[in-house]
Structure formats: C-alpha cells, structure tokens
Design a protein around this ligand. Sequence first.
Ligand code: AMP
Ligand code: FE
Ligand code: FE
Ligand code: ZN
Length: 289
Amino acid sequence: MIDLHAHTNASDGTHSPEQLVREAQAAGLSALGVCDHDTFAGADEAVDHGAAAGLEIIRGIELSTRLPMPGSRHGKSVHILGYFLHGNTTDGFRSWLRRLQASRRERNERLAERLRRLSLRVTVEQAEALGGSITGRPHFARLLVSKGYAANQEEAFRLYLGESGKAYVDRWEPEPAEAVRQVLEAGGTPALAHPARLSTRNGDEEEGLLRDLAAAGLAAIEAYHSDHSPEDIRRYRRLAERHGWLVTGGSDFHGEAKPRIKLGCGRGDLSIPGEILHRLREFKRAPSR
Ligand code: AMP
Ligand code: FE
Ligand code: FE
Ligand code: ZN
C-alpha cells in the first residue's frame, strides 16, 4: 500500500513528521509522500525518520495557486503538487517559494486585523503558535473555535475565513500554470491535486484549465484521492490517458484535523496502486528532462 499525499504539522496537519512516519508504518505503507502546503520543512524532516524506520519517503510540496475566472471575484483555488523536490532546491524555486510565504504572512496580518475589527480578539501570533513552518486559515479556524467564536472549523470558514466569509482577504497567489513551470524548472514532477475540488461550472471550463496546465508541462493528475468516488477515479484516469499524464494518488491525510481520513485508505476504500509510483520515478529519470 502506498500514499503519496499527506500533511505534517509543518503546515496544517496535526502529526509531527516523526509521528506521521510511525503511523504510516503502523498502517503498513511501503511508501509515503509528504506534501505540505507551501513548505518542505515537514518532508525534509520525515526523510530522516523514514530512513531510520525503513520506510520510503517521497518528498513533495502542495502549492496554493489561484486561477482568475471571468465573473468570479476571487477566482478559483487550485492546488499543484510538486514531487521529488526538497528544501535545498534551486535558488530560483527557493526565492519564488519565499515570495509565496511572505504573501501568506502579510495576508495573515490583514486577516487578524479584519477579525479584530469584527470584535474578535485574536492576534496573528496566536494563530502562528498553532502553525508550524507556515500558518494558514486552518490555524485561524482552530483559533476561532478554541475561543468560542465558531462551533467548528467549517463554521469558522463559513462565517469568517472562507471566500464568502466576513473577514476574507485576498493575497497574492501564483496562477496554476506558473506553479507547474516553477516545479519543472526546479527539476520536480508537477501534478494537479484533487481535481474534483475544482468544481468547474461546466466541461468547457475544466477543459480550458486542463489545456493550460498541459501547455505549461503538467506531468500528472491526482486521480486517487479521499474525495474521489470510483467514478471520479475512472474519469480522471481517462483524462490522464487522453493528455498523456501520469496518475498520482494520496489520502490527503491531515491527522486529527481531518479525523475521518486515514493514511493509505482515505475514508476506508481508497486503494492506490503501487505501480503509479514506479511510473512517476521513470518519468523523473527520463533523459528528455
Ligand atoms: P490558506 O492557504 O491559508 O488560504 O488556507 C487554505 C486552506 O484552508 C485550504 O487548503 C483548505 O485546507 C482550507 N479550507 C479552505 N476553505 C475551507 C472550508 N470551507 N472549510 C474547511 N477548510 C477550508
Ligand atoms: Fe491542508
Ligand atoms: Fe489540497
Ligand atoms: Zn493536501
């Protein structure tokens, strides 16, 4: 059993890299992909624990991007995975990542300010204390819940943090195609994360996005994911075939932050073929790159 998409507490998961490796071993995984949001801190640390435990760790990152959409104020959030990259990557990728992290920190300041104007007594330091290498809205959601301003994280997003919430603030995010190009330039393998979450309004819209990503050099699509039905998986596998993409898959494990999702098997019936990892590796080794 393999799982190529899990988070640590370096981003919005609750397991430390060491705990994650231990849980992956207990679950019987033979390979684990660690892909935190916008940071390599958790993946880099997990590699050492994996080596000690005899568990193969695939390092990666999940990049937050935003696609401008005609007629949509905030555009669409799109997550791009980058495999086979690590913290000590190229100067170009590192400085691009620093820009992403800086825009997030600056957004967090404005978000805290906006919450205070709504009479919620929160500070960015309090949110950061819940975060790891990066702090995001999920940490703000936990903070709001712990202070009794929301019954649960879902409500925190609905009332305050989500795109229609009262405290929502924009931040600079690269476009998905830009993230694909950055991952490729750094020598990584770019994949589109959980495509079912794109919730495009129609087939043309989805085709348009996929065409742009293909043109940018997308290598793979995450056909296997906890949010995907068997029909979704079949559909994304067909799409991959049509575009000549590889297929990736993972549970998107976040520990206690998403308690129903288990490593390797997602909500219970996720089953990710080990063969997709071999193919990813072959792609990485291909001499044309
Ligand atoms: P950020 O990157 O800090 O803007 O936070 C985005 C993250 O918040 C996403 O990756 C999701 O995990 C989470 N998120 C976004 N919308 C919701 C929602 N409505 N409910 C729960 N979590 C959400
Ligand atoms: Fe997350
Ligand atoms: Fe994601
Ligand atoms: Zn994820």
